[in-house]
Design a protein around this ligand. Structure first.
Ligand code: NAD
Length: 425
């Protein structure tokens, strides 16, 4: 019997940060966290908002809104991505920054949590405009970012290209060479080998670890993966290499089902030559996007969007195991239903921690000025992810709770230790 962990269906969470707090409160109660420590974690440490004037290609000046929230630096410099999207807002950045605190603690990294964003539509901007916007944002945040204070990385709408621009602007303001001020940089600009596939690799390691606990043979299980971008495509490939049959894949353009197993190598080749998307891939039959989530498979990997596993979808899910590649794919309301149905959920703050783990390795290599081989990065990554999984699993057993709440408890224990060890004045 596990303790009932989540909110009732009557409690909907319009605010993303409230949804984070709902889970934090449940974990704090089960673990017995003091109100004082819980109160510290309920409030982000620092929130910075800047306005960024940028000279556009047409000669006009446009003013953009930029955000950075540092949720916690208790366990080390804060770490978290920067997202470029029109719907970026305070609440979202706050929620994602708290998730980073918990994710880094679960992965046992010496980092706190942060997140940043700029309200913009990167697809409607030229490369020159994006470079000026990134460099102006970095200049505005020059006292916030720092290799030993706050370390950004790419997120939605940004990539290694933006990180290279960010490092360049930071270096100019601070008159030096600070590759460790951001991670997710291109290899050759201080980036790490293995970073590209790291999040998908972490999903693979978590899936294998969970299957082992569930006494399921990877060579006899089937899987559906939602999202065929960075996380989903690497996860599908690596899971398939472990003998898992991938019966469904999907992106925003197409959802494909094949009960005999999809040829993932062929799908990757196809997407590569088709602007990265699956539309037109003929390695199976096309199904509705929602059918992927409720497909008759053993393992479901949501690796695209947040809030896709809703109450309604949760009732129809057939998978025994869900491994969250995406951030926040399951609503708190759906969590309750999955728990009642006995579905094992490896939560985002554990399952997709492979990316930030290799970001940490990138930062270590930058600080050393010495770079590792891909095999070295991968083996260190696999060991970290396996340890993190084991810790969370053991806390789940000890506190008789779900892996999601166990992951929060794992993080709370570490952050609570840090707060108490440092002291409050
Ligand atoms: P990405 O942009 O590379 O890929 C996103 C994928 O989702 C694409 O294949 C896209 O077509 C698909 N998608 C978009 N809308 C969809 C829809 N309506 N239905 C089905 N598929 C849809 O992004 P990513 O880096 O792979 O990130 C995916 C998720 O993983 C996000 O939640 C992100 O926050 C999370 N995440 C990413 C990393 C990382 O290292 N990239 C690390 C941790 C968490």
């Amino acid at each position: 019997m596990t303790t009932k962990t989540n909110t009732t269906t009557a409690e909907q969470h319009d605010s993303m940060f409230d949804a984070v707090l709902a889970r934090l409160d449940v974990a704090a109660k089960i673990y017995g966290l003091s109100d004082d420590v819980a109160n510290i974690l309920r409030n982000p440490q620092k929130q910075v908002k800047v306005s960024i004037p940028v000279m556009m290609d047409n000669g006009k000046i446009e003013v953009f809104e930029g955000f950075r929230t540092i949720h916690s630096t208790v366990l080390g410099p804060s770490k978290g991505g920067i997202r470029y999207a029109m719907d970026v807002n305070d609440d979202e950045v706050k929620a994602l920054s708290a998730w980073m605190t918990f994710k880094c603690a679960v992965a046992n990294l010496p980092y706190g949590g942060a997140k940043g964003g700029i309200k913009c539509d990167p697809r409607k901007m030229s490369v020159g405009e994006l470079e000026r916007l990134t460099k102006a944002y970095t200049t505005a945040m020059a006292d916030v970012f720092g290799p030993s204070t706050d370390i950004p990385a790419p997120d939605m709408g940004t990539s290694g290209r933006e990180m290279a621009w960010l490092v360049d602007a930071y270096n100019k303001v601070h008159r030096g060479n600070f590759p460790g001020v951001a991670t997710g940089k291109p290899v050759g600009m201080g980036g790490s080998l293995g970073r590209d596939a790291a999040t998908g690799r972490g999903v693979m390691v978590s899936t294998l670890a969970a299957l082992k606990k569930m006494n399921l043979d990877p060579k006899k299980v089937t899987c559906a993966v939602q999202g065929f971008g960075n996380v989903g495509s690497h996860a599908a490939r690596l899971l398939n290499e472990q003998g898992i049959m991938i019966c469904a894949i999907g992106d925003h353009t197409a959802t494909i089902w094949n009960e005999k197993g999809i040829d993932i190598k062929a799908a990757l080749e196809y997407a590569k030559g088709n602007t990265g998307v699956l539309k037109g891939f003929t390695g199976g039959v096309e199904i509705k996007p929602s059918e992927l989530l409720t497909a008759n498979v053993d393992v479901l990997v949501p690796a695209a969007l947040q809030n896709v596993i809703t109450e309604e979808i949760a009732h129809s899910i057939k998978a025994k195991l869900i491994v969250e590649g995406a951030n926040g794919p399951t609503t708190p309301e759906a969590d309750s239903i999955l728990q009642e149905k006995g579905v094992t959920v490896v939560p985002d703050i554990l399952a997709n921690g492979g990316g930030v783990t290799v970001s940490y390795f990138e930062w270590v290599q930058n600080n050393y000025g010495y770079y590792w081989s891909e095999d070295e990065v991968n083996s260190k990554h696999d060991a970290c992810m396996s340890n993190a999984f084991e810790h969370v699993w053991n806390n789940g057993q000890q506190y008789k709770t779900t892996l999601r709440i166990a992951a929060y408890i794992t993080a709370l224990k570490k952050v609570e230790f840090g707060i108490k060890a440092k002291g409050i004045y």
